[in-house]
Design a protein around this ligand. Sequence first.
Ligand code: HEM
Length: 437
Amino acid sequence: MNQWLDDRLHISRLNDKFLRKAFPVHHSFFLGEITLFSLIVLIITGILLALAYEPSNSMVLNSFDPGTADKPNMLPAAYHSALKINAMPFGDMLRRIHHWMANIMIAAAVLHMMRIYFTGAFKKPREINWWIGMLLLIFAGLTAVTGYILPYDNYAYSTVKVIYAITASVPWVGDWLAQAAFAGRFPGDGIIPRIYGYHIMLLPGILLALTGAHMLIMIKQKHTQPQYAKRLAYKKIVGVPLMTQQTPIMLLLALLFTGLVVLFAAFIPVHPIEYFGPPSSSGVDNIKPDWYLLWVFGALAIIPGFEWEVLGGVINAEFVGAMVFPGIVIGAMFAVPMLDRSKDNQYYAENPTNHPVRLAGGVAFMAMMIVMSVAGYKPELIAGGLLTTQNANTILWILTFLVPAISYFATIGIVRLIRAIREADERDALAHAHADD
Ligand code: HEM
């Protein structure tokens, strides 16, 4: 069979070029793979959901409760089809797996990124893959957000309202931009077909193209090597070949991981669209994005309302909180390979404690994201009595800078301690070695 295929497709060349690649054996390298498996499961479950979903805002008769001839009960087709999917055998389960997998993919991509950052794997020659990874993270987030809108329940409707307002807040071109992105003024009839196009074609197409480039670059540049590889064979690539060792390991991991997510989805339901009902003009108060976008909501919550007129355009708090601030955060993340130019990572994943400023900077950044995400809960913190309306902004602003600053200096202190202990151990070991001589 192999010979038959080889005569026609020259697969042995493919085998030599790609399938003999050595993969390092280290658990942290599975994070990128889990992100990849999640993307594959999302595409499969997404295709199945698309078979039953109706991408339309048009009103259709509610087949569960048609009402009377005088007063027919009408629902948007998209919302109605989501209810129908819930009622189909395994339909609800499919929605759950798709939903939870999207969350896990973003969480795995963030953890994967943390591994890359803390071990310095973004350094030359891997800067391009860091930038492609950043794009992957942004487009994965956009894909998830557009997915939330598709069931078109009252919550999704209120979410589009907020995103429309944010897009329209861009000075000078916002109104035009929002209409172009959402197929007319909110809430136009073209919203659902437009978002559907983004969610099932444009964004997955971009994700697949970027993932392909990410993988090809990774194969070309080879993985960074775990520290133990240094001791085994200095400056040599240590690992197991893709065929036949790594592939079964990956398949096993993929099956185990997917099985666990299916088990999780069987018990944990997703956002209950029937509870929120179809869109209503009043919408839902106090909507919240998923955990990975809460920090943007935090920025919106703590920036006090203002409006400046500049050359005929308006710069307001919405634009600064939801566009300028995230732009600065994302820009800083893109700039990581330019900011850290120490040259010692061609081959090996670095020990984070050997780079205290990078480590402490990363910890401070994460602390800031967490505080801002908590700030996204400002109305709840006030309602729960933890803050008062008067002091809420001041306290949240102070915490936004104080907690990261404390985290930064605490990390530097802990790293110094760890290094002092390590150096003392090394001195002891050396002294013992001399004594033995
Ligand atoms: C959909 C999202 C993503 C997928 C599917 C993905 C997948 C992968 C896989 C399978 C690997 C090889 C295994 C590993 O090193 O863990 C890898 C390596 C890499 N990824 Fe990603 N990744 C994604 C997002 C990101 C992000 C957000 C970043 C950083 C901003 C990033 C930067 C890198 C870099 C620099 C490497 C090479 C690491 C090395 O050689 O040690 N990736 N990616």
